[in-house]
Design a protein around this ligand. Structure first.
Ligand code: EPZ
Length: 419
């Protein structure tokens, strides 16, 4: 069940429904640890990572009730266990987002160090330094982080991030909502998923200023209340399918997608010759004429998303001319390059930059997936390639893309999952 076969060369045409954002829901679910009442999330995507977060919250003693038909989940506490074990955390690094809420609500947390992953070492030093600035005592031993709040609870603090970090912003934002006094997060991440978390916390009664900016001010409260919140749409899923339409020379309507959330991705796609136009129902993506090479540098939002780098590189493989793709966020995020090369792509990597020289056609081949976004870039290449592509290890895909082959088949792709 972990292979997908694609027969390329068919332009996509039709509507693709965009699901709720993986990287939003993985920060929203731990927010329930803070609340005195249940948190109900709607527009929840059906993803492997959501199942992993569900298992972790249940391990902590939370009641997690999924209503799959309604695409909703209701999470009620309080947590009775304050330890996130290695065997869960190692499956999904976002598990570290239970650290801040547990310390803020219960004064103690013991969370396995998430460790690195295929794309980089992925440290959590900024998460820990921020909690220490709020008065927590942090010890790291035997692969576990142990955090204890001071007597009386965490204290508000001014925290300046030397590096923009989505996860550190989320963990400290969560913790600050129940700290004593005001916390200011300076150089905070501005991704739409952070904005969505702020909106949800405000619905729960948190007092937060600076939404959507890189400076968040949080007035700590004594408790947060029950609330209901719709998960924001997944801008990376939308950008991925925009690349699918572009690479196959088709036209699709990305239902529910919002231009403002694509940030620089929309601008770069337009520069490459892809039509991206907002309509009431979502974004219409059209391959106008030939694609041409465009240089990109990945940056924190609103810059070009690192999570779109592999997908855009696949697109540039069949553009006219050359493109330089520079990855500035993670140290090892070019693992799709050797696999794309096996399909006939012409790519040379020089440190953090890859030079892509467009070719007329890619050719289908058996390829290996290594991480979520590298996997999907191989699917995109397969959609455009001549012949058959089999992508192995597609369990990576299931972590972040809901019903990927169904959504693509519904707009004309010849794609199926092999037993
Ligand atoms: C989130 O990861 C996303 N994951 C990633 O998406 C995404 O690529 C990344 O943000 C950047 O946008 C989730 O939201 C679950 P960071 P996160 O902290 O929070 C360094 C996907 O494909 N750093 O913003 O782990 C770090 O090494 C995944 O959906 C520190 O040095 O990313 C990196 O170079 C992949 N110390 C940079 O900051 C820290 O304490 C950005 O990392 C934390 C981060």
């Amino acid at each position: 069940m972990d292979r997908i076969r694609i027969r390329g060369g068919k332009p996509l045409s039709g509507n693709i429904p965009i699901s709720g954002a993986k990287n939003a829901v993985l920060a929203l679910m731990p927010a329930a640890l803070l609340a005195a009442g249940p948190l109900r999330l709607t527009n929840v995507p059906n993803l492997a990572d959501v199942a992993t977060m569900t298992a972790l919250l249940r391990h902590l003693g939370m009641e997690v009730a999924h209503d799959t038909a309604a695409r909703a989940v209701t999470i009620a506490g309080p947590a009775t266990v304050h330890e996130a074990p290695y065997d869960i955390v190692r499956k999904m690094r976002a598990s570290v987002l239970v650290l801040g809420p547990l310390v803020a609500r219960h004064g103690i947390a013991r969370v396995s160090l998430p460790g690195g992953c295929a794309i980089g070492t992925r440290p959590v030093d900024l998460h820990l330094k921020g909690l220490e600035a709020m008065g927590a005592t942090i010890t790291v031993e035997a692969g576990y982080i142990e955090a204890r709040a001071p007597t009386g609870g965490l204290q508000g603090a001014r925290i300046i991030f030397p590096v923009t970090s989505v996860g550190a912003t989320e963990n400290l934002l969560l913790a600050a909502t129940l700290a004593n006094g005001e916390t200011e997060l300076v150089n905070a991440a501005r991704e739409p998923e952070i904005e969505d978390l702020v909106l949800c916390l405000m619905r729960m009664g948190a007092r937060i200023e600076g939404i959507g900016t890189d400076r968040l001010r949080i007035q700590g409260a004594t408790s947060l209340a029950a609330a209901s919140h719709p998960v924001v749409m997944d801008r990376i899923e939308a950008g991925t399918y925009a690349c699918a339409a572009a690479i196959t020379g088709g036209e699709v309507l990305l239902e529910g997608a919002r231009l403002e959330h694509l940030g620089a991705v929309a601008r770069v796609l337009r520069e490459a010759g892809v039509g991206v136009n907002e309509e009431p129902a979502g974004l219409r993506v059209t391959r106008m004429n030939g694609l041409h090479g465009v240089d990109v540098v990945t940056e924190p939002f609103p810059g070009f998303a690192t999570d779109m780098q592999a997908q855009f590189m696949a697109l540039m493989c069949v553009a006219q001319g050359a493109s330089m793709v520079t990855e500035t966020i993670f140290e090892n995020r070019f693992m799709h390059v050797p696999e794309l090369t096996r399909m006939g792509a012409r790519i040379n990597v020089h440190g953090a930059s890859a030079i892509v020289r467009g070719v007329l056609r890619l050719s289908g081949a058996p390829v290996m997936a290594t991480d979520l976004r590298a996997s999907v870039s191989l699917v995109l290449a397969g959609l455009a390639a001549q012949g058959e592509t089999v992508v192995n290890r597609v369990y990576h895909l299931d972590r972040g893309y809901e019903r990927l082959e169904e959504k693509l088949a519904a707009v004309g792709a010849d794609i199926e999952r092999l037993a």
